[in-house]
Design a protein around this ligand. Sequence first.
Ligand code: GDP
Ligand code: ZN
Length: 355
Amino acid sequence: MTLEDLGYRAEMETFRRDSDLGSFGVGRVISEHKERYIVRSAKDEYEAEIVGSLRFSAHERSDFPAVGDWVAISEYDDGKALIHAVFPRKSLIERQAVGKYGEKQVIATNIDYALIVQAVDRDFNINRIERYLTICYVSDINPVIILNKIDLIDESALAEIMHAVRKRIPQVPVVAVSNASGSGIETLASGLEKGKTYCMLGSSGVGKSTLINNLSGNRLMETGQISASTQKGRHITSHRELFLLDQGGILIDNPGMREVGITDSAGGLDRTFGAILELSGQCRYTDCTHMTEAGCAVIEALDRGELDPLAYENYVKMEREKEHFEATVAERRKKDRDFGKMVKNFKKGRNHNNY
Ligand code: GDP
Ligand code: ZN
């Protein structure tokens, strides 16, 4: 295997040289668990930890390595390595950290394409595709729409769905497939590019795991488990979260990826609703919310029938959710601050009273 097979590119090598990292090895993080990493280099796989200096210079959690990262490593023992630096990221997918308002958790990095999977059965829903699109745009990832389970509907129903998707989301490629019949799988597979990194987004049950198995020749799950014993005889088992697909291409799939939601993607709305963004340039007010304002080009286009009312409706709904989410975060942060002050004052009080 070469580093290029793993997605390494010229600009990363340039960074390595320019940053005096030339004496270190290079690898890609293929799994992470509680600050223990599995790093894959061209010829080996390492159990790795970060060096102290990297830990101390890390300001926030996102400064730590994540699955998909390129890292500078040094081998210190058979199969063991230290991580000295994290290369700049081309893209970053993150979500709200559990239980910590306002803190983000990095799920994966350096992803080129997201396959947004949706089944065409009764759960089919264009609004939901738009939701995943915003995640892609806010993360700098190129979207591809995969319509799965086409074995469950007839040709005319599929044609109708394809038409609706293309009309509403004209800028994104659409591939129709069926894991059950195999239809479209070859087309999808042949479109995957060697050295590019992919992930899958979509609700539970749409067929992502089955599709991953189909694209990786069913060998994936068998080889997915790796285990390595640590010096103390303790046994850690880790799951590979980044792997090569048969046709070339790299796939990142981890539990966090399955839980990204719209609230994590404030800011991606504009690009998802391109037509609205375009029109907004002609609104009378630069901070127009396109909901009630006079001279709003979006509302005018809607009235003239030039804007899909369903797309507009979904935009408004997501915009409101985003605002609600941001307000909640702000409120929680304020509460945390107030609580912090209270604790401080309490401690001060204790000192005064010489408890
Ligand atoms: P995930 O939750 O997105 O990973 O979905 P799974 O891959 O676990 O699939 C959910 C269910 O849908 C399973 O019962 C699969 O067998 C089924 N499934 C997956 N792909 C297809 C398909 O193309 N056609 C049909 N009819 N069922 C499928
Ligand atoms: Zn407007």
